[in-house]
Write a protein that binds this ligand. Structure first.
Ligand code: DAH
Length: 372
């Protein structure tokens, strides 16, 4: 202030009115609350212009102080009030501006919940469907380990050491143990037949879905894939029962009223007789219709359990008999859901899963529908 050295009453009064004019103009011009706060500090903060004025009281005579004190304090009070009023104005203006800018578009789609975004892989879906169908037919689910003994995977299934089927299977073997035995990654779900017959008394009615492993890779083969084994053992199970079970399963699985089946003589070491089953189909453009038509589609292998297999698990073939089958899960998933390349199943591509996957909470059931 120009009057910093002037302690006279007239000088102070002039300083006060100049200062008040400046501060008032600055308050009116403060564009936002931050600017106003800076202004408050520069006026009535510890080192502010009004506070500096108050400090001058110390150098005055008691009479001058009595006169000037109330004047300066009056200024301080008016500045405080003016700042308060301006702050309220700025606050409500800021709120108005925000309200005008922020709008909620109530017609926008709501973001999906996490549970609705996740997808069930077609292989899991098909396993759930199989389980629902066979549970309805009185079957339970059996399981076995991926790492198997040579005995369970081959020998007990009537595939001896020198049998050509061992070479055909492209087996992944582990290093031999000290006793010479070799573990392997099971090449099919059939060893679960052995495990089940070793641990349960007939009558037996099980399915065993799960992973199997073979050293093979192209459009229709991956080193890991899925099968479902079926096994029925009792005193009277016969081929007619096998045909009925398979027909009921295929109709339910493909969700069609009829399937025409063809049983072709085949060979599996663990069944006698052995058969491969084809079902009727038609191709209409890109679409494959299953159940009826002019073409045949190979779908599974089956047969009556070989007496040697029964003997290997200490069942007397003169008393017990049964039937078994094996189906490729990935293959029937591809057929049912029109998925062209097996390798994409295991590529972990989220876009693929979003396209071919299933809603997490829609559990397949015969009553509620398998796939819809
Ligand atoms: N284990 C056979 C395979 O992997 C499939 C199979 C055929 C299983 C006939 C069976 C059966 O139980 O009876 O090729």
């Amino acid at each position: 202030m120009s009057a910093a050295t002037d302690t006279g009453t007239a000088g102070i009064a002039a300083d006060i009115s100049t200062l008040e004019e400046q501060i008032s103009a600055a308050i009116a011009g403060a564009a936002d609350e931050a600017a106003l706060e800076a202004l408050r500090v520069s006026a009535i903060g510890k080192k502010g212009s009004v506070s500096e004025l108050l400090k001058r009281l110390g150098a005055m005579t008691p009479e001058e102080r009595q006169l000037n004190g109330p004047l300066i304090n009056g200024l301080k009070t008016r500045v405080q009030e003016a700042i308060g009023t301006r702050r309220e104005t700025l606050k409500s203006a800021a709120l108005e501006a925000r309200l005008a800018q922020e709008r909620v578009d109530v017609s926008m789609p709501v973001r999906e919940a996490a549970i609705a975004q996740g997808r069930v892989h077609p292989v899991s879906q098909v396993m759930d469907e199989l389980t629902a169908i066979f549970a309805d037919l009185g079957f339970t689910v059996a399981e076995g380990p991926h790492i198997e003994t040579d005995h369970n995977n081959f020998t007990a299934l009537n595939i001896p050491e020198d049998h050509p089927a061992r070479q055909e299977m492209d087996t992944f073997y582990f290093e031999p143990r000290e006793d010479g035995s070799r573990r392997l990654l099971r090449t099919h779900t059939s060893p679960v037949q052995i495990r089940t017959m070793m641990s349960q008394e007939p009558p037996i009615r099980i399915i065993a879905p799960g992973r199997v492993f073979r050293c093979d890779y192209d459009q229709t083969h991956t080193p890991m894939f899925h099968q479902v084994e079926g096994l029925v053992i009792d005193k009277s199970a016969h081929l007619g029962n096998l045909k009925w079970v398979l027909e009921e399963f295929l109709k339910a699985f493909f969700e069609v009223p009829n399937v025409t089946m063809r049983f072709r003589a085949s060979h599996f070491p663990f069944t006698e007789p052995s058969m491969e089953v084809d079902i009727r189909c038609t191709r209409v453009g890109d679409e494959l219709r299953i159940g009826e038509g002019e073409d045949w589609l190979e779908i599974l292998g089956c047969g009556m359990v070989h007496p040697n297999v029964l003997r290997n698990v200490d069942l007397d073939p003169a008393v017990y008999q049964g039937f078994a089958w094996g189906i490729g899960i990935d293959r029937i998933a591809m057929l049912k859901y029109g998925i062209p390349d097996l390798r994409t199943f295991f590529a972990s591509d989220l876009r693929w899963l979003r396209h071919y996957g299933f809603a997490a909470l829609d559990m397949p059931s015969l009553a509620g529908g398998l796939s819809k």
